[in-house]
Design a protein. Sequence first.
Length: 211
Amino acid sequence: MKIIFLGAPGAGKGTQAEIVAGRLGIPTVSTGAMIRSALRSGTELGKKAQAFMEAGALVPDDVVIGIIKERLAEKDCQNGFILDGFPRTVAQAEALDAMGVAIDRAVSIEVPDRAIMERMTGRRVCPSCSASYHVTFHPTADGIHCDKCGAELTMRADDKPDVVLSRLEVYHSTTEPIKAFYEGKGTLICVDGVGTVEEISARTLSALGVC
């Protein structure tokens, strides 16, 4: 099964992708990791990507898709894969389709913006031991210090409300329209992403027909 996961930042798509990949025994293929591997290997497409990156420019879609096709031709992807981080726009989805990379299921993890805001702005991390907490769902004893090492907790810059709002705006304007593209192909599956990880994974696996 060839799958992509869609969803707003903080929707939990990465977590669900890992669970599905483990259940199906297929790899999760990260776009970033593929590009880094192509750079290290010195492939022709890797060299093209490197030229753009050294110039401070985004790697064009056709180069990225070429690298993806190289990766997906490897043996571990013969029985399927989950694409991580691509496509992010309708143009990328169309280009992927045009190059013959057929997607069997596009899984959209649906979470309301208000829940995303609560999830992300409530996250806290320990700068000393890297333990993770949440002010509502997983608070520390005093709400200020790490339960493990006692260091004062901090908030990641990308979890600040204005940054989260900006990321949601980009998702709705740029990435969410991909849903309509895959809906038109009859491959879109929408899954309620509110609840525990176990509840969401049960819905996701059921929607994919995986017992």
